[in-house]
Write a protein that binds this ligand. Structure first.
Ligand SMILES: [Mn+2]
Length: 424
């Protein structure tokens, strides 16, 4: 289903009076409102093609209905999100779950929804049906050259699909590692992986970036060959200037100081991509901002400060993507919540009085430092985020609209109750 602008306008008229009251109050509290609104309007977060269906765990999966059955329907779903929040203007494809058969037609369909193609993602963490060699003991790290070769060729294939769609980056996440002590020679695994990544890197078009994503544990439970930001940075530095580290919020050991990692990677010019989600225990893939909104704000605080220090464009110089799973919520509602949480944290980070914070830091005024950060964090910026949506022709209350219009019901009627999104 494609929403009409009239539907959105009617919704906005109904909610405008309440919005106006909230915005007027907020406007009296903040400075540089127009500049912040423009930044919010420019900021886009990519939606991965695998996030549009119901997720699951190794114990089970409980799908809702009306899940997208094809790449075309996934693009329609992202188009729907973007029509509502105007901040989801990109889609990130996973190969081979979403191989575009007709690149040009897919690109046109995406463009008709105002969507671009963000990073393409390779998959060597599972065996495909027609695959000659198994990744059971790793892919790019594998002790057998033929397996490494197969994984390299797959990544090069993914780059080709990306080129056909207008993507400009490749994300490599490896499940490679070991489950038991002694299983791997760590140095050999690293060297094999580096050598394999070098071949993939050599196949990148000159304007492309390669993101090396790390993960602390799972599916391997003793060691991961790209297990933390240090290892990812080693690879990225050895590969060259087109290679960057990608930070996924769920891929750290408990209590890791992610904001500090972000700050240092930015300082080194090596932060390239960012995956949003939230977690209580590990790689839980929960809705962004649902568990630790303050941490999300602190991360955005470092992102804004670090990017500004380097003269980077917030909207375009890093790859922003949601990487979450929706086990018990409607995936589209969950994604709307996630994007909202991201925009709220970003807006709050833009409110931080950086000059005052810098002065307080230089005076060792710890109390003042905390006050300044929490002043921004405790400001209710939702009306500002809503105003940015309104100015971009989005809906004042995206989830409210989704429910008022019974969008899921229409999707179920269109696609059926028992559809399963490809790749899940
Ligand atoms: Mn990720």
């Amino acid at each position: 289903m494609k929403l009409t602008q009239q539907h959105i306008e009617a919704h906005n008229e109904r909610h405008f009076a309440k919005h106006k009251k909230r915005l007027d109050f907020l406007s009296s509290e903040i400075t540089e409102e127009q500049a912040i609104l423009q930044k919010l309007m420019d900021f886009q977060v990519a939606i991965p093609s695998w996030a549009l269906g119901t997720g699951g765990t190794r114990f089970g999966r409980f799908p809702g209905g009306g899940e997208p059955r094809s790449l075309e329907e996934k693009i329609e779903d992202v188009g729907l999100l973007h029509a509502l929040n105007r901040s989801s203007g990109a889609i990130s494809l996973h190969i081979p779950w979403d191989i575009p058969t007709d690149g040009k037609a897919i690109q046109e369909l995406a463009a008709s929804h105002g969507l671009k193609f963000d990073a393409v993602n390779s998959n060597t963490f599972q065996d495909q049906n027609n695959q000659a060699l198994s990744y059971k003991f790793g892919s790019l790290q594998h002790v057998e050259k033929a397996v490494r070769r197969q994984a390299i060729e797959h990544n090069i294939e993914v780059i080709k699909h990306g080129v056909a769609l207008g993507s400009e980056s490749l994300t490599v996440w490896l499940s490679d590692g070991s489950c038991f002590p002694g299983q791997l020679n760590f140095r050999r695994a690293f060297q094999n992986t580096l050598e394999s990544l070098r071949e993939i890197y050599a196949a990148l078009p000159s304007h492309w970036k390669m993101f090396v994503e790390y993960k602390a544990f799972e599916p391997n439970f003793y060691s991961m060959t790209v297990g933390d930001w240090g290892q990812s940075l080693l690879y990225a530095n050895k590969l060259g200037e087109q290679a960057y580290t990608l930070v996924d919020l769920g891929h750290h050991l408990p209590n890791a100081n992610i904001e500090q990692i972000v700050a240092l990677l930015l300082m080194e010019g090596k932060l390239g991509g960012f995956h949003f989600n939230d977690s209580k225990y590990g790689d839980d893939d929960l809705t962004v901002g649902s568990i630790r909104p303050y941490q999300l704000f602190l991360i955005f605080n470092e992102l804004v400060e670090g990017m500004d220090a380097k003269g980077m464009n917030h909207a375009t110089d890093l790859g922003w993507m949601i990487d979450a799973s929706h086990n018990v919520k409607d995936p589209l509602e969950d994604l709307l919540q996630s994007v909202e949480a991201i925009m709220v944290a970003y807006a709050q980070a833009l409110l931080v009085d950086r000059k005052a914070l810098n002065t307080a830091q230089l005076e060792n005024d710890t109390v003042r430092c905390q006050e300044l950060l929490q002043e921004a964090f405790r400001t209710d910026v939702r009306a500002l985020v809503a105003e940015a949506r309104l100015r971009a022709d989005g809906a004042l209350e995206p989830i409210g609209f989704f429910r008022e219009m019974k969008v899921r019901g229409s999707l179920v009627a269109e696609r059926g109750v028992r559809t399963v999104a490809t790749g899940l």
